[in-house]
Design a binder for this molecule. Structure first.
Ligand code: ASP
Length: 449
């Protein structure tokens, strides 16, 4: 068995955290590949190294002195090197980075150095080889990620053991350093896991896996013990965030499970993200995997008698959105009405034009605009063909006094989305969670955060 690991910034925030990481790595000889983020916050209000590096770049670009934030970066790395009793040339490496930023290095170069320096330290500490991510990960000239070339480059890892690869960046073919978007070390971890054909991709962070609901809203929610890739996609799309969304695709394709674990509670098994094909219906007590939601949607409802008989009506309606470069989330429809649910961000400055064009192209008299809508997705493969799931969901909302504005049940029967007023958002989330908790304990619910 072979395990590729990725450690987030809080897992490497200081020397003490490095020690924990080493204990984890040494705890299993199967953990042979390690992808670190840059050191993150040690305490609330502390700086993340990546933020400090962006600040240095911005100051330099504005012609100002970046000595102050760079001194803080230097101190963090030097402290770690000293406290771990290492001598891996941090002083010299930091001087190279400082000079490069002074000489006008790019923003991506500056930001990437957090992971680069952290990788050097970690490799020295674990006595692993350091392989620079710019030898493995390729970006196109336009800055988009080049997966085909990366697969070729990264194949050089196959068969190797004991390797650290810094997260978050790679390079374009012309040699320029390019980063992924923020949080992108998750993607590097997935790329490495695929390249070495790992059996598991362990993603070590500061929480014990995914919670069934947002812990800022629902008190002490249970940890999800296992979730399929498609359930996770639905949940993260609706706002649940632990893993970088794009980080899924390299391992998903390769059917490698991801285990999300907590560096500060390494005994907890966290959450296992499994390929859909490995999902086995257990008939377990709780049919739910998780609940997530987002505010900030608008529903456009178009009424027209006998709309369902009119060939091309939906096409003409959606064509208006296309023409205005607007995507839609869901489109529930009835015999005389069709609604489209749109993220408010896409409608800014366009609503009046869209209404006018729908009236003209679809020949409708009435369009209703409801803004201030929140969507909540109740997700679980276990819902399919289970009696009473919708009844439980809607009874809970009714008992909590929440009026449901739209309902959409995906054809996969793994997701029920309700649209409600934003003002009911928190009440609704809590009500749904509490209702399903009543389904009784099982392997999911037994695993408390
Ligand atoms: N250090 C980068 C960030 O803060 C990338 C990462 O942590 O994954 O976004």
């Amino acid at each position: 068995m072979l395990i590729a690991t990725k450690f987030g910034g809080s897992s490497l925030a200081d020397a003490k955290q490095f020690q924990r990481v080493r204990e984890i790595i040494e705890g299993s000889h199967e953990r042979q590949f390690v992808v670190p983020s840059a050191p993150g916050r040690r305490f609330a209000g502390d700086d993340k190294i990546t933020d400090l590096l962006y600040a240095c770049y911005a100051l330099q670009k504005a012609g100002a002195d970046f000595g102050e934030p760079f001194a803080r970066i230097r101190e963090r790395y030097m402290d770690i090197e000293r406290e771990l009793g290492l001598d891996c040339g941090m002083e010299r490496e930091l001087a190279v980075v400082e000079r490069a930023i002074k000489n006008g290095a790019s923003e991506d170069y500056a930001a990437s150095r957090g992971e680069y320096l952290c990788g050097l330290l970690l490799a020295a500490y674990l006595k692993f080889a350091f392989v620079d991510a710019n030898e493995l990960i390729c970006f196109h000239e336009d800055g988009t990620y080049d997966d085909a070339t990366t697969q070729l480059w990264a194949s050089c890892l196959e068969g190797r053991r004991g390797v650290v690869v810094p997260g978050f960046y790679g390079r374009r073919r012309d040699g320029a350093i390019k980063t992924f978007s923020r949080g992108g070390s998750d993607i590097t971890g997935a790329i490495v896991a695929r390249a070495v054909r790992a059996d598991i991709y362990e993603n070590w962070t500061d929480v014990s896996g995914f919670m069934m609901a947002d812990p800022r809203i629902v008190e002490n929610p249970h940890v999800i013990s296992s979730v399929t890739y498609s359930e996770l996609r639905e949940l993260s799309y609706m706002g649940a965030t632990v893993l970088h969304e794009d980080s899924i695709f390299p391992v998903r394709k390769a059917k490698i499970p991801i285990q999300v674990r907590n560096t500060n509670a390494p005994k907890a098994l966290g959450t296992m993200v499994i390929p859909d094909a490995q999902y086995v219906p257990t008939g377990r007590a709780c049919p739910l995997t998780g609940i997530a939601g987002r505010r900030g949607f608008t529903i456009l409802t178009v009424n027209k008698d006998n709309m369902h008989k009119e060939v091309g009506f939906g096409y003409r309606l959606l064509r208006v959105l296309h023409r205005n470069n607007i995507s839609f989330e869901n489109a529930p429809s009835g015999i005389d009405t069709m609604s489209v649910i749109i993220d408010d961000a896409h409608l800014i400055g366009k609503l009046d034009t869209v209404i006018e064009q729908i009236k003209r192209d679809c020949d409708v008299q009435q369009i209703e605009v409801s803004s201030g809508i929140a969507l909540i997705a109740t997700v679980g493969k276990g819902m399919a063909r289970r009696l009473g799931v919708s009844a439980t969901l809607f009874s809970a909302l009714c008992a909590a006094g929440v009026n449901v504005r739209v309902i959409d049940q995906g054809s996969s029967e793994m997701n029920i989305i309700v649209g409600i007023n934003e003002t009911d958002f928190e009440v609704a989330l809590r009500a749904i969670y509490a209702a399903f908790e009543g389904f009784g304990t099982d392997d999911t619910l037994a695993c408390k955060a």
